[in-house]
Design a protein around this ligand. Structure first.
Ligand code: HEM
Length: 318
């Protein structure tokens, strides 16, 4: 994501700082806040340090994106940029020149922060869950790799343009999103008017929380809902059941298209290049952890070994 935003590679300090900020964002903003449910108790949140933690986090986030914008301006000023390669920041800065009243630095920083926060942890956790599902379902792992080997081969590395030709791999990602939606409860929405949902009267202004996790495992809708069966998505016409790992409606995730390229591509590269096994313990703990996004309770640990062809492909490309 950082590279998509700035159109350059980042290493070391930048990446570590950014990772820390994302982790802190989910820890702090995922912490229960009494004031959200009982506004009269907002003072309790202040006493518990929730408000101070959010303020300190915001200072760090602001400093980080201000640094990205300053660096961008500095490199542009010194001609140190490849003008052919555009990142999100370039596009936003162009907008700033044509419409400076709207695209102020504050708006640009807000857009960058929401992309960085909403786009990274979600995609990384989905990839981790997909690997865990494959490690615990070796037949599915074998099929996904066989598909990559048949379509891409071993003479080059898998590319983004290959993803549309890898239907089974896409089904693996969809089935992972069904069983392990990293936003198990869709962020709160508010009813704009009085309405009736499933026989329940919902008053205007009511906070609505949708449990996507439960809908994805509803035995009235899904055949064998607890089983990991990527094949269920192979025949698109038969899948009429509701899936909402990206939410629904006007506030649906705007990054879905990007995520559905990023996650399968990362997964494809991991499968194409390495042999995997679960390592010494021999088991994968599939328990779900708590948080604003749903992590594995025990982070995935697996052993990998490069496949024979990888060395020659990498040395040919350098
Ligand atoms: C597997 C990866 C992802 C999953 C599962 C996911 C899931 C979600 C969900 C459930 C929502 C809430 C939708 C709602 O309120 O109805 C959301 C919102 C959002 N997502 Fe994603 N997302 C993913 C990747 C991304 C990426 C890659 C980006 C951007 C680069 C992104 C940007 C956003 C933004 C900006 C929002 C807020 C939209 C709004 O409130 O209007 N997401 N996402």
């Amino acid at each position: 994501m950082l590279r998509a935003i700035t159109a350059r590679r980042h290493a070391g300090g930048d990446v570590r700082r950014f990772q820390e900020i994302v982790e802190e964002t989910f820890a702090v903003s995922g912490a229960p806040s009494l004031g959200d449910f009982f506004p009269a108790l907002r003072w309790v949140d202040r006493l518990r340090g929730v408000v101070a933690a959010l303020a300190s986090l915001q200072t760090k986030r602001d400093k980080f994106v201000t640094g990205l914008i300053d660096e961008h301006r500095r490199m542009r000023g010194t001609g140190g940029r490849d003008v052919e390669k555009k990142g999100v920041i370039d596009v936003l800065m162009e907008h700033q020149q044509t419409d400076p009243d709207y695209y102020t630095d504050t708006v640009v920083k807000g857009i960058l922060l929401v992309l960085l926060t909403a786009g990274t942890d979600t995609s990384a956790l989905t990839t981790e869950w997909a690997m865990a599902q494959l490690l615990t379902h070796p037949e599915a792992m074998r099929k996904a790799r066989a598909e990559i080997d048949a379509i891409v081969g071993t003479g080059r590395l898998v590319e983004e343009s290959d993803i549309t030709n890898l239907p089974y791999l896409q089904c693996v990602v969809k089935e992972t999103l069904r069983l392990r939606p990293v936003g198990p409860v869709i962020p709160a929405h508010e009813a704009m008017e009085d309405c009736t949902v499933g026989g329940f009267r919902v008053r205007r202004g009511t906070m609505i929380l949708v449990n996507a996790w439960a809908i994805h495992r509803d035995a009235n809708i899904w055949d064998a809902p607890e089983e990991f069966r990527p094949e269920r998505f192979m025949d698109r016409d038969t899948v009429t059941a509701p899936m909402l790992p990206f939410g629904l409606g006007r506030r649906r995730c705007p990054g879905e298209g990007l995520a559905m390229r990023l996650v399968p591509l990362t997964l494809a590269a991991l499968l194409q290049c390495f042999e995997w096994d679960v390592g010494e313990g021999g088991t994968v703990d599939m328990a779900e952890g708590a948080g604003l996004t749903m992590p594995m309770a025990t982070p995935l640990a697996a052993a990998c070994r490069p496949r024979e062809f990888v060395k020659s492909v990498l040395s040919a490309s350098t």
